[in-house]
Design a protein around this ligand. Structure first.
Ligand code: HEC
Length: 133
């Protein structure tokens, strides 16, 4: 391949690559199928701060029965103002969005967790959490 062609190709990749990347949005939650066993492994990242036992709060609130629960309502857990007043219901859809980037979903949250960028991992951990109700 000529140098010129190579140059044109890489310029093309730069010009057209960026919009293609920008369009690679996360798939809709409904299109994913979560696997609870895989989710248990993903939950290892949460376990430093959360357990799924009812009424057991650690650094973060108990995640027992989290699906369908209103945000900021676990008894005995001292939430940040941000989480306290977020006023969302933890539907699977909302968890899917929250867990991608918690600080973007609830600006000011004290949950020190960068997020799960992998959509399948989010679906898996949600499938895992669904079991504790
Ligand atoms: C470093 C500790 C830490 C890690 C790791 C962590 N969390 Fe949290 N999480 C918290 C804290 C602290 C809060 C309360 C935040 C606040 O009050 O702003 C919280 C809040 C939450 C809430 C909102 C609960 C409610 O009752 O409104 C959910 C849901 C949640 N975490 C899920 C997860 C999941 C799932 C993971 C793993 C993928 C995870 N967290 C990882 C510390 C953590």
């Amino acid at each position: 391949m000529s140098r010129f062609l190579k140059l044109m190709l890489s310029a093309g990749a730069l010009a057209f690559g960026a919009p293609v990347l920008a369009q690679a949005a996360a798939p809709a939650y409904a299109t994913l199928k979560g696997n609870p066993a895989a989710g248990q492994k993903v939950f290892a990242q949460c376990r430093a701060c959360h357990v799924t036992d009812k009424g057991v709060n650690r650094v973060g609130p108990s995640l027992h029965g989290v699906i369908g629960r209103k945000s900021g309502t676990v008894p005995g857990f001292k939430y940040s103002k941000a989480n306290q007043s977020a006023n969302v219901v933890w539907t699977e859809e909302n968890l899917y969005r929250y867990l991608e980037n918690p600080r973007k979903f609830i600006p000011g949250t004290t949950m020190a967790f960068a997020g799960l960028r992998n959509p399948q991992q989010r679906a898996d951990v949600i499938a895992y959490l669904r079991q504790f109700k």
